[in-house]
Design a protein around this ligand. Structure first.
Ligand SMILES: Nc1ncnc2c1ncn2[C@@H]1O[C@H](COP(=O)(O)OP(=O)(O)OP(=O)(O)O)[C@@H](O)[C@H]1O
Length: 453
């Protein structure tokens, strides 16, 4: 189905289901392929899919058919968690290789960017301040200072959001600029189509005529030799013309496996900035800002004190999960007519909370403890019996027993192959010292907090 068709269907659904339902349940749907009478719609969570399927499937089917998309069934599929363009707004509004599209560069303009992914909606904290500042600078559209700007970071930390924000800002400030945003997957798709349709000249012309090229999730082209080759030439041609390139990936250029060295080195030659995992403050800030949006959709629904703090503390995986949790919370509260308090939060988000329980590893504990006591990790694990090594070793063993589900023999193995009785002795010793030695008690408390952060 085309974007125009989906756009028309959404318009009609908006009228039928009302603004609140539309924002919560219809807007997040991302249309996927239609095949043999089945239309796939991508949904953020299973809960979401079930709900839409039970409540809106008939309506959506009706509207699809009314729009000329002949389908008899809907298939709700989870949007791929990382890097998949299905989960994100995609650029090309038309089939890439259509001859008129190739000849008409206006198709490159960044029309269907997600307006929610603006700088205004991006919450800045310590973990992302550098990436944000660099993105802002590029979005001014001034002389190219660093080329490319390479943004990288783990799943759901805001890379796509920042890329869209740059494109949106450029659209505003420099409407005459030809800005092309696309995922690396779409780059490959266009390239393959151009090869197949013998339209390589058109392809090259399009990609070499942009002022700003933005390629999301570039790790996708790793291991795809001819796509890499073409990307390399496109990249060089644009850099030679002093055109801005912005790239995102899930890891640093040097760490992308199966990426040719020459491509890696090109990617490294501008400014490489990473989005660090969120910290508590940033998560809380993001939740506070997203609550404002939810309040507009559900006037009258308030959030009890402590709920956002609880979520920011407990869901540390990524922002997408955090956002999904909030959306679900508001929808659930409004459906069942309850207020958003701790009890409802625990009920409604039990699965999310369980999944994001942080699993602390023995290695993490060993590293933190050796840092804390300023000794080398190898000395902590090694055979030396000096008190300055033995005590931290016992502290680490104690924390492993308390904070992981490892058995004593397993812990012993990870401490240089020690016997489980040695571990037991160490754990007991620390238990005693905790009562009698204020310094040890303080160390334990500090280490526990650092590990749980
Ligand atoms: N700092 C932030 N402020 C507000 N929203 C944010 C922030 N960081 C991420 N988000 C939101 O989290 C969601 C996921 O972000 P985004 O899609 O940009 O992640 P990503 O890094 O591209 O992930 P992926 O690795 O899956 O490609 C989006 O809805 C985005 O708006």
């Amino acid at each position: 189905m085309t974007q125009d068709q989906w756009g028309a269907i959404r318009q009609r659904l908006l009228k039928t289901v009302g603004q609140n339902n539309f924002t919560t349940w219809i807007e997040p749907l991302v249309p996927g392929p239609v095949s043999e009478g089945i239309a796939t719609l991508h949904v953020p969570t299973n809960f979401f899919g079930n709900y839409v399927s039970q409540n809106f499937a008939d309506l959506i089917l009706h509207e699809l058919n009314a729009e000329g998309v002949e389908v008899s069934r809907l298939n709700f599929a989870l949007a791929a968690p990382s890097g998949a363009s299905a989960a994100k707004p995609v650029m090309p509004a038309k089939k890439p290789a259509a001859p008129q599209a190739a000849a008409n560069t206006s198709v490159l303009n960044t029309a269907p960017l997600d307006p929610r992914f603006s700088f205004d909606n991006f919450v800045v904290g310590k973990p992302n301040e550098l990436a944000h500042a660099a993105a802002r600078r590029v979005a001014e559209g001034g002389p190219v200072t660093f080329n490319p700007l390479f943004l990288y970071g783990g799943v759901g930390l805001g890379k796509t959001h920042l890329m869209h924000a740059i494109a949106l800002e450029l659209q505003q400030r420099k409407p005459q600029m030809n800005v092309l945003y696309l995922s690396a997957e779409q780059f490959m798709y266009r390239f393959v189509q151009a090869l197949r349709d013998r339209k390589m000249m058109d392809f090259k012309e399009i990609f070499r005529s942009v002022d700003v090229l933005m390629v999301d999730d570039v790790q996708f082209i790793a291991g795809k030799d001819s796509t890499q080759e073409e990307f390399f030439h496109t990249f060089n041609a644009l850099v030679d013309q002093n055109k801005q390139i912005i790239i995102s990936a899930d890891r640093a250029p040097g760490e992308i496996k199966d990426l040719e060295d020459r491509v890696k080195s090109r990617l490294q030659c501008g400014l490489v900035v990473d989005l660090h995992p969120t910290d508590y403050e940033l998560r809380l800030g993001i939740l506070q800002s997203k609550v404002e949006v939810q309040r507009r959709n559900y006037p009258g629904l308030e959030v009890d004190d402590g709920v956002l703090e609880f979520l920011a503390h407990r869901i540390s995986s990524n922002v997408r999960v955090l956002e999904g949790a909030l959306t679900r919370l508001f929808a659930f509260a409004s459906l069942v007519g309850r207020e958003i308090n701790m009890e409802l939060t625990q009920d409604c988000l039990a699965d999310v909370l369980r999944d994001s329980e942080r699993k602390i590893t023995v290695e993490e504990i060993q590293r933190k403890v050796s840092d804390h006591y300023n000794i080398r990790l190898s000395d902590m694990i090694g055979p030396k019996r000096l008190r300055s090594y033995a005590r931290p070793r016992q502290v680490a063993m104690y924390l492993c027993k308390q904070m992981t589900s490892r058995s004593l023999p397993e812990i012993g193995r990870r401490f240089g192959g020690r016997d489980h009785t040695t571990v037991m002795h160490g754990v007991r010793r620390i238990e005693e010292l905790k009562q009698s030695d204020g310094q040890i008690a303080e160390d334990l408390e500090m280490l526990r907090r650092a590990l749980e952060a």
